[in-house]
Design a protein around this ligand. Sequence first.
Ligand code: CU
Length: 455
Amino acid sequence: MIWLVLACTNSGDDVDSQVDEGLDTQDTETVDTAPPERPSFANPQRAEDQNPAEGVFELTLSAAPQSFVVAGQEVQGYAYNGQNPGPLIQVERGDTLTATLENGLDTASTIHWHGASVPFEMDGVPWMMDPVQAGTSKTYSFELNEPITGWYHPHFDTERQVDLGLYGVLLVKDPAWPVAEHELVLLADSWGEAPEEGHHAGFVFQENTWTVNGLESPVLDVQSGDSVVAHILNVSNMGYLSLSAEGMRVIGGEQGLLPAPTSPERLVLGPGDRAIVEFSPSSQEIELLTHPYSVAGEIQVGEPVSILGIHPSGSESAHPGLEWPFAAAAPSPDPGGTAVRYVFQGDEQTGEWRINGEAFPDVTIATLPEGEPAVIEVRNLSATEHPFHLHGMSFEVLSVDGVPPDQRTIEDTVNIGIRQTQRLLIPADNVGDWMAHCHILPHAEGGMMTVLRVE
Ligand SMILES: [Cu+2]
């Protein structure tokens, strides 16, 4: 792929000049083929609200086998409503979502609303509840009271069904947020050499192809001076994104706005993780690069690849940034004590991934009383990283290896580094049996999932 080489021969500090250099091929030796046109960026198709009532968003999601093209290759997969990614569901905080899953697969399925605090019976897990059998349907309905960059996917036969393409975005926006000239939703997925064999490519990153919304390194054409906001979601089974881009500001996480924007050197998003970022293009092209990173952490070999180009025309100066209603907040003090301890162990050799030595579903259920905030301590003793995801409630990161974060950090999925310990504060305000698991789907499938009960 020529564009990979063009966009990514170096650290990414000076992508524009590299692209220009690379494209200027007239004077160089024989070039077999012209560089392929990069596709135009397109958001996932928006779902239409089938209910005219104010404050209610209603739709049907029909899961069925579907063939679609990813990075130039036809994939025999699954899709919601014939779309990969599935329909983009966008609502405002306070709205009620009513979604009917019609299961047209030849196997059972469910829908889990990742990032949304829903009642337990709407959580889409086959624990104390039956999955939605082939040829039947189920209606999920719940209120969405917090802004989230969330997503939906099956939580039954999860590794295979998500791998085959069953996922979509659930965006809950705050009406107080400003509106950008370009608002992008990027579902980033990683694929190995043979997409039809699935995405299990966390280690073989050199062969990986990242797509956003099924497109390989698409380009968004903008005017210089435009405001560009992007919701970025890592929906891959086990690929890590380690993102950088000229002038990129991180303004939100998976649970709404950050207390204040940040400009990290790298934005690492593990499987299941999301962020909201803002770009202010002037006349310079911007490439959103992902750097080599695997379940074993940052890697010194391989080259970054561009997953999105933002190409401006015109000569207006950069947009100063939108007026987001940030509310600065310090991390909560650690109340001390540990209600629940999760120790992560396992290795690639055995494929046996464990929490506290147990493999789901043969697990000890930790029980917390409703309404009493509690500390969960997650300790990773394995040689790979794990994105820890809790259903039903978001949590605050109190500390990472004893060090509190720079600002209040609310998550539903957080990456636990190798040998790292994180202390997480949960409100314990949602009654139910909540899955707590690694979101590297082969790890979850290999046993790395447990149950946290609030009663
Ligand atoms: Cu894991």
